[in-house]
Design a binder for this molecule. Structure first.
Ligand code: PHE
Length: 353
């Protein structure tokens, strides 16, 4: 068919044959350079090397036109050209794939960005302990309450049955603000007052948080953490308090750890007790940490004093309640066998990780 095509150059004579193919191959290669997709690449391939492709067509024409003895040479030159065309095609296919890959990479990943650092470290032991306490008491229906660390004299002392001249104030080495009306709270008990002033009974809260006292030695830090508990309802008894604490001790320190209550005094609870648990270090035998007693104090507790109910407007004839409060840091020390409280606040990586 193409022999009659006026556009086609006349079939090449054998001498010109290689020149014809060189031109064709150059054109082929040039076109391949401009394709941007594999689809376009295959289309060009078909136009040159397909059944009706230009290279094949030219070869057939040349073969037809060549005199008998030259046919072999023409065939060989044609085959060499087709082989070369195939190589050009494969090379371009490979480079096109690479171009696509590079474009994908450039779009998806900026390889010059600095690597993402691995997250080092873990939660602070105090955070772990606080969360665990919230979990244990949460299961018993206690919700978390909070209050300010800068407290009024009223919430921190007065409403807790410690009026200005009360000797119990000496028990706590208070950081006072210059006007003496504000203090850094010395315990979490003011959250009891804030909760009861804001809510009618029944209440059932725990209040973990930072507190401040002028202390600084291996077992005391000027800033430390306490957790407060308060439950007020009708018919609450000391047995409820003891049962709640025993449940907590077993869950937190282990099922075999002994707990004991010692009679004590707090202005805002009556009766009051101190809660001791078996020493973690000597298991009750007596050691330096427990000063030979076999027990370590972890909490203060008691039944809410009617005077406190009066301060917040609760009817003490109708309601009773218990409260407890103590050092989270102390609990964490016992739990993890840490002997210096100040390590918690040192920020040292080897301690927290
Ligand atoms: N607030 C007391 C303290 O810091 C502990 C306590 C809380 C005692 C609640 C009784 C009831 O020592």
């Amino acid at each position: 068919m193409s022999g009659k095509d006026p556009q086609s150059p006349p079939p090449a004579a054998p001498g010109e044959l290689s020149r014809l193919f060189v031109e064709l191959l150059n054109r082929y290669q040039g076109e391949l350079q401009h394709v941007a997709s594999q689809q376009a690449l295959r289309a060009v391939h078909a136009r040159y090397l397909g059944k009706e492709g230009e290279i094949r067509r030219r070869l057939a024409e040349a073969l037809k036109a060549a005199p008998g003895p030259e046919k072999k040479g023409v065939g060989q030159a044609g085959n060499a050209a087709m082989q070369r065309a195939e190589e050009i095609f494969q090379a371009r296919l490979a480079s096109l794939r690479e171009e696509v890959r590079q474009a994908d990479l450039a779009r998806l990943v900026d390889v010059t960005l600095p690597g993402r650092p691995r997250r080092l470290g873990s939660l602070h032991p105090l955070t772990l302990v606080r969360r665990e306490l919230e979990q244990i008491f949460g299961e018993l229906g206690f919700v978390v309450a909070t209050g300010p660390q800068v407290e009024t004299d009223f919430h921190n002392f007065e409403a807790l049955a410690m009026p200005a001249d009360h000797p119990a104030r000496d028990m706590q080495d208070t950081f006072y603000f210059p006007d003496e009306q504000l203090v850094l709270r010395t315990h979490t008990s003011p959250v009891q007052i804030r909760t009861m002033l804001a809510h009618k009974p029944p209440v059932r809260i725990i209040a973990p948080g930072k507190v401040y006292r002028k202390d600084d030695d291996p077992t005391h830090s000027p800033m430390f953490n306490q957790i407060e508990g308060l439950l007020v309802d009708q018919g609450v008894s000391f047995a409820d308090l003891k049962g709640t604490l025993l449940h907590f001790v077993r869950r937190f320190f282990g099922p075999d750890v002994a707990m004991r209550l010692r009679p004590s005094f707090f202005p805002f609870t009556e009766p009051s007790a101190e809660v001791d648990i078996q020493c973690h270090f000597c298991h009750g035998a007596g050691c330096r940490t427990c000063k030979g007693t076999g027990y370590i104090e972890i909490l203060g507790c008691g039944m809410v004093d009617p005077e406190v109910f009066r301060q917040v407007g609760y009817d003490s004839e109708r309601y009773t309640g218990f409260a407890f409060g103590g050092g989270i840091d102390r609990m964490a020390m016992l739990r993890y066998g840490i002997d210096d409280l100040r390590l918690f606040f040192s920020g040292e990586a080897h301690f927290t990780s």
